[in-house]
Design a protein around this ligand. Structure first.
Ligand SMILES: Cc1ncc(COP(=O)(O)O)c(C=O)c1O
Length: 327
């Protein structure tokens, strides 16, 4: 018998409309992602918001779409620039391509060929920068800033742009609430810029308050990282994680801590172990940052069997198969 949660995955048509309507056949595939019951938990109380279903396989498609759509409505945009070694690069490249905007992406040396492939596949100009400290003028973020200043290009700036959490407040949060608002007790997600969790959490918390319910929002950080230490006002630890997208050196303006109730840390080894377990034992390939969130969600499920937990699958596992498995 399918559970309510598995049925929910088919109800794309009942989701709230996109705040960024488009007639473009590719851009129209962004958002409206399914919510599935995690196949490794039988009682249907661990639900996964599948952001891996977006065209470039991560939730960053939403911020690229939302931020660039708003920017075009607000004024002239002739060129797009962003600094990213991760999913944002591919997302910005795809959305720029469909909007007919030339795009330059800066990334550090050592960025995975898979990510550079995404950028080039969608016709972006890729500028590889030396792997230097963040205050160095040749750091990839400084280079992006300079290109924007010199050429008048629009800088997406996911680390500072309030449109990053703002897009998730307007888009991802309402979908999560429509799919699980009636029963969810917890929302769990990895944090990097914090945009995904902050914006989604704000919407969910506001809605829950309106109907007199409570949702506990749990942010997930890497163990050797300083989102948690900033959140709890503790001493910083040396930063060291190899889980892509997870963790940061400290608080960023895109982290809306007011809507986060607690932070939990996950060691890299545990994130990779959960990612392997999800794929090998449950046919559920997810990226290591989502697997870190899964580890936390499973702990909550074990401690509170009556809780209904929504965790966000930031991206799919396919692009990490070479590092997760002996291929
Ligand atoms: C794979 C992955 N997981 C998690 C995150 C964190 O998302 P956010 O930056 O919205 O906090 C990112 C962001 O870079 C990511 O690429």
């Amino acid at each position: 018998m399918p559970t309510d949660a598995t049925l929910r995955s088919t109800q794309r048509g009942t989701l709230p409309p996109s705040p960024f309507p488009t007639e473009d056949p590719i851009l129209g595939q962004i958002g409206g992602t399914p919510m599935l019951s995690y196949p490794g938990v039988d009682d249907g109380r661990l639900l996964c918001k599948m952001e891996s279903a977006n065209p470039t396989r991560s939730m960053k498609d939403r911020i690229a779409m939302g931020i660039l759509t708003d920017a075009l409505q607000e004024g002239d945009v002739d060129r797009v620039v962003e600094a990213s070694s991760g999913n944002t690069a591919g997302a910005v490249a795809l959305v720029s391509n469909r909007l007919g905007l030339p795009c330059t992406l800066t990334c550090p040396e050592g960025t995975s060929p898979h990510k550079i492939g995404y950028m080039k596949a969608f016709g972006a100009e890729v500028c590889t920068c030396p792997d230097v400290d963040s205050d160095h003028p040749e750091h990839y973020r400084a280079v992006a800033q300079r290109i924007a200043e010199d050429t008048g290009a629009f800088l997406v700036d996911q680390y500072h742009n309030q449109g990053n959490p703002g897009v998730h407040y307007r888009w991802t949060g309402p979908e999560i609430w429509a799919q699980a608002g009636a029963e969810m007790t917890h929302l769990v997600s990895a944090m990097g810029t914090g945009g995904l969790l902050s914006g989604s959490a704000r919407f969910v918390q506001e809605k829950a308050e309106e109907v007199g319910r409570e949702v506990t929002v749990v942010g997930v950080d890497a163990k050797d990282s300083n989102i948690s230490t900033s959140f709890y006002g503790a001493d910083p630890v040396p930063y060291d994680t190899s889980v892509e997208g997870l963790g940061k050196g400290g608080e960023l303006p895109t982290m809306w801590f007011d809507y986060v109730d607690e932070m939990r840390d996950v060691p890299d080894g545990e994130a990779f172990r959960q990612a392997r377990d999800a794929a090998q034992n449950h046919g559920f390939p997810i990226g290591p940052s989502a697997a870190a969130a899964l580890s936390v969600a499973r702990d909550i499920h074990a401690a509170q069997p009556d809780a209904t937990i929504v965790m966000i699958v930031c991206d799919g596992g396919e692009q990490y198969f070479d590092t997760l498995f002996d291929v």
